[in-house]
Design a protein around this ligand. Structure first.
Ligand code: GLN
Length: 205
């Protein structure tokens, strides 16, 4: 699988930015809106946007059950921001009745960084993603971002916030074929996260 086909869930959110980042990272990118399109991809990106809206659309488009089945069968999935919320088994501060796709053994707090710091950027060190130490740090853009409040034993922590009131909070994780970041690598122009996901898709292909 030299050029895997990676879908971007295209119900709501920043789809085009992920399509571009995936192509820059060596994948063929497609948009997924229907179960038949989901069945054709080697991996899937759940973009940033509004997790409660994407949840409702997943159910309305009859994609929730096929997506859960695909994840259970080992489909690699990367979720960014709202996508991280959607991958979480447990969420805090969701709206009434909000569901997630699940699969990732984490508790994620929605809009965790609070109103005062709605959006901010930070240089992250994440050795598993070749960021920091010898390599340049990763510029991470957070927009009304969640964080991982609790991670299960099988979850690898890839990055935490290094400064400020939220120092130590977990913002990037991986568990088996699932990856999630609280930030938006698709808008910072740094394709290391997408490259790591393309590698994960190849490894599971
Ligand atoms: N706050 C949004 C949510 O709850 C996520 C924001 C984002 O994806 N940039 O879904």
């Amino acid at each position: 699988m030299s050029e895997p086909t990676i879908g971007v869930l295209a119900l709501q959110g920043d789809v085009l930015e992920h399509v571009r980042a995936l192509e820059a990272a060596g994948a063929h990118a497609s948009r997924v809106r229907r179960p038949a399109e989901l069945a054709q991809v080697d991996g899937l990106v759940l973009p940033g946007g509004e997790s409660s809206t994407i949840d409702k659309l997943l159910r309305r488009f009859d994609l929730m059950a096929p997506l859960r089945a695909a994840i259970a069968a080992g489909l690699p999935v990367y979720g960014s921001c709202a996508g991280m919320i959607l991958l979480a088994d447990r969420i805090l501060d969701g709206i009434e009745g909000q569901q997630t796709v699940g699969g990732l053994d984490v508790t994620v707090r929605r809009n965790a960084f609070g109103r005062q710091v709605d959006s901010f950027e930070e240089d992250l060190h994440a050795p598993a993603l070749r960021a920091g130490e010898q390599d340049p740090p990763m510029r991470a853009v957070f927009i009304r971002a969640p964080w991982v409040e609790q991670a299960g034993a099988g979850v690898e922590v890839l990055a935490t916030v290094s400064t400020g009131a939220a120092a130590g909070r977990i913002v990037a994780v991986r568990q088996g074929a699932l990856m999630a970041t609280a930030f938006h690598p698709e808008i910072s122009g740094d394709v290391r996260i997408h490259r790591a996901f393309v590698d994960l898709v190849r490894a599971h292909g």
